[in-house]
Design a protein around this ligand. Structure first.
Ligand code: WTA
Length: 671
């Protein structure tokens, strides 16, 4: 991206030219033939225990969504019943029209009338080792009190609150408190920088930031409050109040009149806070995610449909039971943390475990220690973590008893069959079904996934669509591709937890998701189906990278790079990475007179960390005299990907303006 392009107001890039073939670098696992059936014992106890039952329910969900979802939705608690299930005027969906409900009431209050009242809602362990358990009743009380703190600090229905917290119960409390009073939250992952916080605050015009002094990560303290301070100094801000939870106890700056301490505020409020009745389509949260431009998209989710889908998937995909100890290892800053650590499990009355820190702190067996100690029975993590565990060695697991596990899940990227098999054998002891769940921030919940008591699984495939999900793989003209052929993944019907828009950008919403194929949702992933109709997700075919299960826009990194005074132009591509799935490789041309050096490379890496956050740290900076471009000036990413991966250049290069630059690039590692 050139400086000029980066400073222009971002526009959704046309993706017409993206060919599924370009996703091949994401090392698809397309040849797996082993099939694993759930054990008779597992199936017998499961809510859905056969493929026949799955198919029957799936058929109904597609042919008669009103009936199917109308019935499922009755399991939620409604303050006013809905009168119509769906109104669909592409790209705008309304689910459960006329209905009123409250997500926090569904996650808390309704469990207080029976034995769940004293059941653990959240079991928490801090990285240094502290332990806390919050029962449903205690969590309800804390949520009500904090909702009153928000009100005391000026939060009103419809306002936006940024949550920038460590993985502590207060992150969930803040989210549920917002939901209780009809305030939208936007959680920002702790690995994002001050500048990224500022962008998000400004985009959603947040009134309040909820944060902590710091959080623990791999033995170090992450300076959360300092990052918020820095963010709010970067120009004008809409933020009136910052509510600070004391977690680490280090010194922090307190801005008189703006900053208040969470704990002290609690002294001024009581524990009575009614859950307001909200329209089923009332906004619940905004979550920023990367797209194909430099500007992250504020994905908007609403109340009824989102809650139903996260609840239903916890019920059918994780088959969660009252006696389960369920652990989703995702950070609350990602959508997985929203749907599968907080909203879904709590709506179902399950016990959700939350761990603050790194998997390898103080040693490589921290996760196995936790599973053993709390007798975790359902475990949900990412392939990138599984590959790291494999690398660290089996002996770390063998020190612990993992027999409490009964179901395993993965999310975030395609899982390679080796990692799947290792997970199956070493973690699951060969007896636990694995649900490989494909979904996105935009989809709100699982879309393609096995049903554990029914679906025979194969290592590397997310298998079949969830209820109501009409998934297909099509070519550039929208025609369904044949068996084993690669194409673009689309969803042809609205589903309850679909995004309702991009905050403040109707046009981008329409163009990004609904324009490539009229009336269908285009996911941005390439995929193929095998002879059994199973979906094999190959990976992103747009300019989005998936680094250790985290989405990162190449354009975001490019605009961070060109904001450095030495940089003239940059192009960022992914290269296959054994552990992280993809690594970030940046090709950079410098301005006239600037000398390239290893030091400058390191400085640029640091610069990207400062601008976006540690989550976006480049793996490699490669300097080049020029970037390879077509005659029309488009950077040839396909070639750069091959150069980054160390492959011999293949394919058509006749449109290159200057073929010599390829040779220079191939030999331009950062030393
Ligand atoms: C990828 C995370 C293969 C995919 C919930 C998608 C997957 C992007 C899987 C969304 C999976 C997620 N198999 N690929 N099981 N799950 N992905 O928005 O490329 O952070 O488009 O949501 O992750 O990432 P996001």
């Amino acid at each position: 991206m050139s400086k000029k392009a980066a400073s222009k107001k971002s526009k959704p890039a046309k993706k017409k030219s993206s060919k599924p073939a370009s996703a091949a670098a994401a090392k698809p696992a397309l040849t797996e033939s082993r099939v694993f059936k759930p054990s008779a014992e597992f199936s017998k106890a499961a809510r859905i225990s056969s493929m026949a039952q799955y198919k029957k329910m799936y058929d109904e969900s597609i042919k008669h969504p009103d009936k199917f979802f109308g019935r499922e939705a009755k399991e939620l608690s409604w303050q006013k019943p809905f009168t119509k299930v769906l109104e669909w005027k592409c790209p705008n969906a309304k689910w459960f029209l006329g209905g009123k409900l409250n997500v926090s009431e569904n996650c808390l209050d309704r469990h207080l009338n029976g034995p769940r009242k004293t059941k653990a809602a959240i079991i928490w362990e801090g990285e240094p080792g502290e332990k806390r358990v919050l029962t449903y009743q205690q969590l309800h009380r804390e949520v009500c009190r904090f909702a009153n703190v928000l009100k005391r600090n000026g939060a009103k229905k419809g306002d936006r609150v940024i949550i920038y917290m460590p993985m502590i119960p207060e992150a969930a409390i803040a989210m549920l408190a917002c939901a209780r009073i009809g305030v939208m939250h936007s959680v920002v992952f702790g690995g994002f920088s001050a500048e990224s916080i500022k962008d998000r605050v400004n985009d959603c015009q947040a009134k309040i930031v909820v944060t902590a002094d710091g959080g623990y990560r791999r033995g170090a303290v992450v300076p959360l409050k300092k990052n918020v301070d820095d963010a709010l100094q970067l120009g004008e801000t809409t933020v009136k109040k910052v509510i600070v939870y004391k977690r680490t106890g280090q010194d922090v700056h307190i801005e008189e009149g703006r900053d208040v301490w969470w704990n002290r505020e609690l002294e001024y409020v009581d524990a009575n806070c009614p859950a307001v009745a909200l329209d089923a389509e009332a906004p619940l949260f905004i979550l920023y995610t990367s797209g194909s431009t430099g500007k992250p998209k504020g994905i908007l989710h609403t109340t009824g449909g989102y809650l139903l889908h996260s609840y239903m998937t916890c019920k059918y995909v994780f088959d969660l039971r009252d006696e389960d100890v369920y652990w989703c290892t995702a950070d609350v800053g990602w959508v997985t943390g929203h749907s599968y650590m907080v909203y879904g499990p709590l709506a179902l009355g399950a016990t959700s475990l939350m761990y603050e820190g790194a998997p390898n702190w103080p040693e490589n067996d921290r996760f196995w220690r936790i599973i053993d100690e709390y007798k975790v029975s359902v475990f949900y993590t990412a392939p990138t973590a599984i590959r790291a565990f494999m690398k660290w060695g089996d002996h770390w697991l063998k020190k612990h008893d993992l027999t409490s596990l009964r179901l395993l899940g993965t999310v975030g990227e395609p899982i390679n069959p080796e990692a799947w098999m290792w997970y199956h054998k070493l973690v699951g002891g060969g007896k636990c079904p694995i649900v490989d769940t494909w979904w996105q921030t935009e989809t709100g919940g699982h879309m393609i996934t096995p049903i554990p008591g029914a679906t025979p699984t194969k290592p590397g495939t997310a298998t079949l669509p969830f209820f109501g999900v009409d998934a297909a793989i099509v070519d550039d003209l929208g025609k369904e591709v044949g068996k084993d052929e690669q194409g673009k993944l689309v969803i042809r019907k609205p589903w309850p937890s679909m995004l309702r828009g991009i905050w403040g950008d109707k046009k981008r919403y329409q163009e990004t998701y609904w324009s490539e194929f009229k009336g269908w949702y285009f996911a941005g992933d390439g995929a193929r189906r095998d002879k059994d109709g199973y979906f094999w997700i190959i990976g992103r075919i747009d300019d989005v990278l998936n680094v250790a299960g985290h989405r990162l826009g190449t354009a975001e990194v490019e605009s961070a790079l060109v904001s450095h005074p030495a940089v003239a132009e940059s192009a960022v591509v992914g290269r296959p990475d054994e552990l992280k799935g993809q690594g970030v490789v940046c090709f950079v041309t410098v301005k006239e007179g600037v000398k390239t050096s290893r030091e400058l490379g390191e400085e640029l890496k640091k610069h990207v960390r400062t601008v976006i956050g540690p989550v976006a740290t480049p793996d490699e900076i490669r300097f080049a005299a020029a970037l390879p471009k077509t005659r029309s000036g488009k950077i040839m990413r396909r070639l750069l990907k091959q150069v980054a991966a160390g492959e011999i250049i293949k394919g058509d290069t006749t449109t290159l303006e200057d073929i010599n630059v390829i040779a220079q690039l191939a030999a331009s590692g950062d030393d």
